[in-house]
Design a protein around this ligand. Structure first.
Ligand SMILES: [Zn+2]
Length: 124
C-alpha cells in the first residue's frame, strides 16, 4: 500500500468539496486532501489552486531564501542548444536534431541522445 501524502496547500481544507468532508455525522470536518500521488508542484499539491495559494503565502520568502534573480540570465552560442525533432513526422521515422537558438546551426541526434537527459552540447 502506498503512503498517502497531504496536500501542502495552505487553504486546501477551506474548499468545500465532498471528498474533503470527513468524519461521522455530528463531527464532520473539511480536511486537507490526502492522496497517493498529486500532479502539481512536484507532487506536493492536489490542484493548481492549492499550489497557487501556497505560492501567494510563501513564494516571495522562498525566492528570497533560494536566491532572487537580480540580473537577467543569458543564453549564448555555447549554451543555446535545444533538442527538437520534425513535428510532422510519425514516431518511427522521426528525425531528431540539436538546434542552436542563436546560430540556427542544426546537428543530427540519435533517439538515445534525444532521450538522454545527461547528453548535451551545452557548456555547463
Ligand atoms: Zn489541496
Amino acid at each position: 500500500m502506498s503512503e498517502l501524502k497531504l496536500c501542502q496547500g495552505t487553504r486546501c481544507h477551506t474548499y468545500n468539496t465532498k471528498d474533503r468532508l470527513k468524519g461521522v455525522k455530528g463531527s464532520k470536518t473539511f480536511q486537507t486532501r490526502r492522496r497517493s500521488s498529486m500532479y502539481y508542484g512536484s507532487g506536493n499539491f492536489c490542484s493548481w489552486n492549492c499550489l497557487n495559494d501556497w505560492f501567494n503565502d510563501f513564494g516571495d520568502r522562498a525566492i528570497d531564501h533560494f536566491g532572487r534573480l537580480t540580473e537577467p540570465k543569458h543564453l549564448n552560442e555555447n549554451n543555446a542548444w535545444q533538442k527538437t525533432y520534425d513535428w510532422d513526422s510519425n514516431y518511427e521515422n522521426r528525425f531528431y536534431v540539436y538546434r542552436n537558438g542563436i546560430t540556427k546551426e542544426e546537428r543530427p541526434l540519435t533517439r538515445q541522445q534525444y532521450d538522454d537527459n545527461n547528453y548535451t552540447l551545452n557548456e555547463r
